[in-house]
Design a protein around this ligand. Structure first.
Ligand code: 5AD
Length: 347
């Protein structure tokens, strides 16, 4: 009953202390998860209704200069067959996506030195010119402020850069020494200042993660107020240092989606591919817990199995058209509607 009271406080715009957030996270009763989902769902519905926004994910390069311990496409994974899409292939993905009703394209890739500002801006401008009514989201890691500014000026609207964990010591246990939380946060700050709709986010159940780390993740979101937040369970990836580590909990991931919705009601919140991979009904459960975005894969079928951030990743065989039909049906079944819209953050 006490923890229900915490949810009421959160849903009514109150600010929970770190200790209260920790209590909510550690309460593993079904009633609390259900009540969190109920309040989060109502909060989402007040702002965005029962509409679910779709983003077409185009995995345009799996080359990466980084060596993150959790990630399947890390530099030292020799088992990965590397690829880059051409500008023509990327535009073909957009055309297919547009015809299926997508009005946001997400260009996601590793930190690939081939994709200089000049080459990336060229592709962004081409998409901007062909699809003036679409949002362009980039998700290609850490770059300089000047570089982010050029991408924005070329026509990109949004940028996804998960912070991965808001605890710097934990950050250093997930990444090699050349990467730091401080630098990641300075990138996020620059993106926001430039005017990108900016997304941060974290994995749930990554190795060495504690409850206090999750509380810090929530506090960072409460402070930074990103327009988007990506949260998914950690899933082990073959040929990485963490390949034998246990997966994160889907139940906890779903609870965190609800808490994030309640402490930042306007946020654009995907039911992530990782959640959909961990549970057959993960995306539906994410939506029912307060998420309002789904990011189907528009990458060419030939490269899907090469972009494996973790094992068992879904949608490695479905055509985009096929997956959107399934998705539309499964959302309808739970009372939600996939819409053809940019799905911008509502101020
Ligand atoms: N499990 C879950 N999520 C992962 N990501 C990378 N590797 C994994 C993994 N093994 C997530 C990171 C990254 C996003 C693109 O994918 O959070 O920011």
């Amino acid at each position: 009953p006490m923890n229900r009271h915490l949810i009421d406080k959160l849903a009514d715009g109150g600010e929970l202390t770190r200790q209260e957030l920790a209590r909510l996270i550690t309460d593993d009763s079904r009633e609390i998860a259900a009540y969190l989902a109920e309040r989060a769902n109502a909060a989402r519905e007040q702002i965005y209704g029962r509409q679910v926004f779709i983003r077409g994910l185009i995995e345009f390069t799996n080359y990466c200069r980084n060596d993150c311990y959790y990630c399947g496409i890390r530099r030292s994974n020799d088992a990965v067959s590397r690829y880059r899409l051409t500008e023509g292939q990327i535009l073909d993905c957009c055309r297919q996506g547009y015809d299926l009703g997508f009005r946001t394209f997400v260009l996601q890739g590793g930190e690939d030195p081939y994709w200089t500002d000049e080459r990336t801006c060229q592709v962004v401008s081409a998409i901007r010119q062909s699809y003036p009514d679409c949002a362009i989201t980039l998700s290609m890691g850490e770059r300089s402020r000047e570089s982010y500014q050029k991408l924005f000026d070329a026509g990109a609207d949004r940028y996804l850069l998960r912070h991965e964990t808001a605890d710097s010591e934990h950050y250093s246990r997930l990444h090699p020494a050349e990467l730091s939380l401080a630098h990641r946060l300075s990138c996020l700050q620059a993106l926001k200042e430039i005017g990108f709709q900016t997304g941060c986010g974290f994995m749930v159940g990554s190795p060495y993660q504690t409850i206090d780390h999750l509380v810090e993740d929530l506090c960072l979101i409460r402070e930074f107020r990103p327009q988007m937040v990506g949260i998914g369970p950690f899933l082990p990836a073959a040929n990485t240092p963490f390949e034998r580590e246990p997966a994160g909990s889907s139940e906890l991931t779903i609870k965190l989606l609800s808490i994030v919705r309640l402490l930042h009601p306007r946020v654009l919140l995907p039911a992530t591919t990782a959640l959909g991979t961990a549970e057959h009904d993960g995306r539906e459960r994410g939506i029912l817990a307060g998420a309002n975005v789904i990011m189907p894969n528009l990458s060419p079928l030939e490269v899907r199995e090469k972009y494996l951030l973790y094992d068992g990743k879904i949608a490695t065989g479905d055509e985009a058209a096929e997956s959107i039909r399934h998705l539309t049906a499964s959302m309808k079944k739970i009372g939600y509607e996939i819409v053809t819209a940019r799905g911008d953050y509502l101020v």
